[in-house]
Design a protein around this ligand. Structure first.
Ligand code: CA
Ligand code: CA
Length: 725
């Protein structure tokens, strides 16, 4: 029988050694970053993950576990058991002036750590937090009110921010103190590598727990940043994959398809999504295969670390009564990070060329200008990734392979964005071994599962604030070989991408204005055959479910927050109205032209035509504009709540020209010099300031136009001017 909660609290508070013999499990949630459905071995991948494979063989695997498509919302959902918007993280860590979009965990939710602590659990976290803003300009006196220790974790080692170097991470923190890899007295390995550091600190928590609180259960959250860009790995791990991807995309993908089929994860009736990359067209083949070698090495290193965590549980005699869950935060990442134009020397200099950083000097940048020991930053096409000074992503083509057999990527809520392995290992609590569980489940269920297994009481209020009831259901029945009884659909929303999963049906759309698509997930989980036209009644029923769900939770169409009063939309962007820019320039969103709801003009002096690629772009898939060329065709593209409007014209001949575009109240105009090329009547005003910044000569992050991530301008922008009217 459970003691009365008050007695339990008193017992634990005053006589911690007297905690009764414990049957409740320890719980360890292990999450990786930016990985596709079929990357790890036991889900079809060629990457060596023997430790995860063993957990799977001795435990339970879910075929349809879902995340929420992106780092911040996934973390907010996982920690709170709510849909991310309800926890205040409706997008990322930007504040858009609405409570659902305040950009950090609110106080109307509790974290799993906050929920389990009153039930007598010790709580530890190692890894990436990313549910509160990180401000590089406030490192001396950071606002720590929403850091892990203030949100229920007894101990924390990791990073506050969402991405960075694996050799010198920005925002590295121990408990409430920023540290550097060099000045952390508690952890001085021979070579600092963040994935190892996360594993080693998790191991240490298990060892310390055994010594300090044996008999008391613990909850630990291990949030790896592998295999998020930049592609950074240790030479010993990269060596294991040397040459492994020299054959390109086709053999890797074919092997995954075969393995997925043999595992039963890809029934014959599903059509596999088309492969994006064509190896024959890849110019820098050695570089392209090296990107995947390093990616694989990052995953491999994480698996080794998971092996050490498992081993330490064994040594502490806790493995049998610990529930370990492994999953990924979103699908493979197609962002063009660190690809395209080369910055820095193509080869690593023989010796560091810049002054090294002092032991106590905090590295505050997501993309540091140099490595800690003084090698200058290198990125772009042909820069072989892996070493600390490189900043390269593995790109869309490999992300497509990572997400085999599914559609789309991180950001989207088609299956490639939201599908993750879920491995559950708990010898004492899971019935049978090497078993698959096929009913859909979601991150919202982790809070409910933890509260259930920990015999905790989910609070209705905390510190005078009402706590929103949790959304998910306990996964305990799955562990006991019974089915889940959810009784309601699972919902998704990120950046206007929306979905409803109800039984075998999935309704899904891209962007705020994208049309609903309908799929039968039993017949077609690869989402290749849209049945919306055939079942209009299902579409309207599920669309109404979505609208009701969104309305009840304060979810608004992405980017519409400025209509709701104090939203940042009106004020974001620079104050000036004229911008003289150079080729290669990047402006962050707050320094970019404040183009929302106004006319503007761009005039670009270019030489070296004909060419391909983006001359200038501001914004991404929801709001923004871009001017680009494709040989003799000039295009101005406008993104308006996800909808794309564009005007194109044929360029006059000649290598050097002044290309102009005007975004006016009632039309888009393109001109070369004084000659008007085309005028398209439309309403092209962009209603909100874009989340993405501005680039000259490329389009980074979210893409405005229908070009791919390899959109670098192949000629030269000698000067460029943007003028707001
Ligand atoms: Ca992620
Ligand atoms: Ca962009």
């Amino acid at each position: 029988m459970r003691p009365h909660p008050l007695i339990l609290l008193l017992t634990l508070g005053f006589f911690p050694c007297l905690a009764q013999a414990e049957n409740r499990p320890n719980i360890i949630l292990i999450m990786s970053d930016d990985m596709g459905f079929s990357d790890i071995g036991c889900y079809g991948g060629e990457i060596k993950t023997p430790n995860l494979d063993k957990l799977a063989a001795d435990g339970l695997r879910f075929t349809q576990f879902y995340n929420t498509a992106r780092c911040c919302p996934t973390r907010a959902t996982l920690l709170s058991g709510l849909y991310a918007h309800q926890a205040g993280v409706g997008h990322m860590t930007g504040d858009y002036g609405l409570p659902q979009y305040q950009g950090e965990l609110n106080r109307n939710c509790v974290t799993i750590a906050e929920a389990l602590k009153p039930a007598g659990y010790r709580t530890y976290m190692a890894g990436k937090w990313h549910v509160t803003p990180y401000k590089a300009n406030e490192i001396k006196n950071p606002n720590i009110s929403n850091w892990p220790v203030q949100r229920g974790f007894d101990r924390f080692y990791g990073t506050i921010h969402g991405a960075g170097s694996f050799f010198d991470p920005n925002s590295l923190t121990r408990d409430n103190q920023y540290i550097t890899p060099a000045n952390d007295p508690d952890y001085q390995p021979e070579t600092f590598y963040y994935t190892d550091a996360i594993s080693d600190n998790a191991v240490r928590y298990i060892q310390d727990h055994k010594r300090e609180a044996d008999g008391q259960p613990f909850f630990m959250y291990v949030a790896f940043t592998a295999a998020h860009w930049p592609m950074h790995a240790l030479p010993k791990d990269i060596a294991k994959y040397e040459g492994k991807y020299d054959g390109g995309y086709d053999p890797t993908r074919a092997a995954r398809i075969r393995k997925l089929k043999s595992l039963g994860l890809l029934p014959d009736q599903w059509d596999v999504v088309p492969q994006i990359g064509k190896w024959d067209n890849i110019k820098l083949k050695e570089w392209e295969s090296a990107c995947m070698e390093v990616y694989a090495a990052m995953v491999d290193n994480m698996d080794q670390g998971i092996g050490r965590i498992v081993k330490s549980l064994e040594v502490a005699d806790q493995l049998d009564n610990t529930l370990i869950l492994f999953f990924q935060d979103n699908g493979g990442c197609a962002e063009g990070f660190g690809r395209g134009k080369v910055n820095g020397p193509l080869e690593r200099p023989a010796k560091p060329t810049l002054p090294p950083m002092a032991k106590d000097e905090l590295q505050t940048q997501m993309v540091p200008p140099k490595s800690r020991d003084g090698y200058p930053l290198r990125r772009g096409d042909g820069i072989i990734p892996g070493t600390p000074e490189t900043e390269v992503g593995y790109g869309r083509n490999w992300a497509n392979i990572s997400n085999t057999p599914f559609r789309e990527y991180k950001h989207w809520v088609h299956e490639g964005g939201i599908s993750t392995p879920l491995i559950a290992h708990w010898p004492k609590g899971i019935k049978g071994t090497n078993r698959w569980f096929k009913t859909p489940a979601h991150l919202i269920d982790l809070m409910a599962t933890c509260v259930d297994l920990a015999e905790a009481k989910y609070p209705t209020a905390k510190d005078g604030k009402k706590i929103t009831p949790m959304e998910g259901i306990s996964l305990r029945p799955a562990f006991e070989a019974k089915d889940l009884k959810r009784g309601k659909p699972i919902y998704f929303e990120h950046e206007g991408n929306r979905a409803v999963r109800d039984g075998k049906w999935k309704l899904v759309a891209k962007g705020v204005k994208g049309a609903w698509e309908l799929y039968d997930m039993e017949q077609d989980r690869t989402e290749m055959h849209d049945l919306a036209a055939r079942h209009p009644e299902s579409v309207s029923r599920m669309a109404a479910q979505y609208e009701k769900w969104a309305k009840e939770r304060g979810i608004v169409p992405f980017g519409s927050w400025k209509k709701n009063g104090k939203g940042q939309g009106k004020k974001r962007g620079a104050r000036k109205t004229s911008f003289q820019l150079k080729g290669g320039e990047h402006l962050p969103t707050e320094k970019s032209p404040a183009i929302a709801n106004r006319a503007f003009e761009v005039s670009a002096q270019v030489s070296g035509l004909p060419a391909k690629g983006v001359i200038i772009a501001q914004g991404g898939i929801n709001f923004g504009w871009s001017l680009y060329v494709d040989d003799d065709k000039l295009t101005i593209a406008i993104r308006q709540g996800g909808k794309l409007v564009s005007a194109s014209a044929t360029l006059p001949a000649g290598p050097s020209q002044t290309l102009k575009a005007s975004i006016l109240n009632d039309r888009l105009v393109l001109a070369a010099g004084e000659k008007e090329l085309t005028s398209l009547p439309c309403s092209p005003f962009i209603s909100d300031h874009p989340v993405d910044g501005l680039e000259v000569g490329r389009d980074d992050g979210g893409l405005v136009g229908d070009y791919g991530v390899r959109n670098e301008f192949t000629a030269e922008v000698t000067s460029l001017k943007v003028v707001l009217r």
